[in-house]
Design a binder for this molecule. Structure first.
Ligand code: SF4
Length: 297
């Protein structure tokens, strides 16, 4: 499939520090897109005939309302459909929520996705999510609520939630929530992402292009145009993508063994294995794995 959408990670900063965040975002992060970089990428996306939509996410993009607004307006003026993802922390009342959303709608925002689940609720009450949903609908936005299934821990007295359902173990989730996995690493042979021919990628404030969270294409949008980066992309020359394409996380693990990595446990899923392996490989492939805090925070 050809590239259809670019997702701008407007910031790694977030009001919350969710235990399942696959980008390890949080209040202590400082990285934010410059307005100039956002405009540069949007201009370059205009030169990619198959790219028809942009999505703004984070971190929490509503922490930077002026940047959010200008990015939406700039993308809309250049013909893109644009959506945004938030945790809804700003929806403290119906009036305040509409005040936050109205300028974004006027600038061209079409869709609002709102994340909520047991881990988000540790920071943002679901009452705010409900207010955000109602306000967005009343302003004519398409609204999605993104929910990660959760339940009670089974491993002792502590009733911490655990990952279930369709959640994958990447970033902070891979080390903090994915426990008691029992799958043999050799059985994990599938990667669910389209790494060789992605239909969408995430671009962060550093200009890094993520084929999957923390798996970088290897060229940055700060120094080269995005359209040229994708023209030049040769997945067979990307050692990590080549391994994942050949045999999923298990093949990447075999590749990592030549760098001294050893399996230490059973795994919940292939993404947890992939995350652990990439964490071990990142000093050898600093341009292809990062930013470092995604794996350590
Ligand atoms: S296997 Fe690795 S590259 Fe593929 S989706 Fe999971 S974490 Fe991403």
């Amino acid at each position: 499939m050809s590239m259809q959408g670019l997702h701008l990670l407007l910031t790694y900063k977030c009001n919350a520090r969710c235990r399942h965040c696959f980008l390890s975002a949080g209040p202590d992060r400082r990285e934010v897109f410059s307005s100039a970089l956002a405009k540069k990428i949007i201009d370059e996306a205009s030169l990619m005939p198959t790219v028809n939509h942009l999505f703004v996410e984070g971190g929490e993009p509503f922490l930077f309302p002026e940047l959010l607004l200008s990015t939406i307006r700039y993308a809309t003026d250049r013909g893109f459909w644009i959506g945004a993802l938030t945790n809804g922390f700003w929806a403290i009342s119906e009036q305040k929520a509409e005040e936050r959303l109205q300028p974004l709608v006027a600038a061209g925002l079409k869709s609002l996705s709102i994340s909520t689940d047991a881990w988000h609720e540790e920071f943002v009450p679901v009452s705010r999510v409900n207010i955000a949903v109602d306000a967005a609908r009343s302003l004519g936005l398409k609204v999605d609520v993104m929910y990660c299934e959760s339940g009670s821990a089974t491993d002792g007295a502590e009733s911490a939630p655990f990952l279930a359902g369709d959640i994958v173990c990447r970033g902070r989730a891979a080390s903090s929530l994915c426990v008691n996995g029992n799958k043999d690493w050799r059985s994990l042979t599938t990667c669910p992402e389209e790494l060789e021919c992605p239909s969408r990628v995430h671009i962060d404030p550093l200009g890094e292009i993520h084929l999957c969270q923390g798996l970088l294409l290897g060229e940055t949008a700060t120094v080269k145009s995005v359209n040229q980066i994708f023209k030049d992309y040769q997945p067979e020359n990307h050692p990590l993508v080549a391994s994942l394409a050949a045999g999923g996380p298990a093949e990447l693990a075999r590749f990592a063994k030549s760098y001294g990595w050893k399996p230490s446990q059973g795994y919940v899923d292939g993404c947890q294995l992939c995350s652990e392996v990439r964490k071990a490989l990142k000093e050898h492939f600093p341009k292809l794995i990062g930013p470092a805090f995604v794996f350590t925070n």
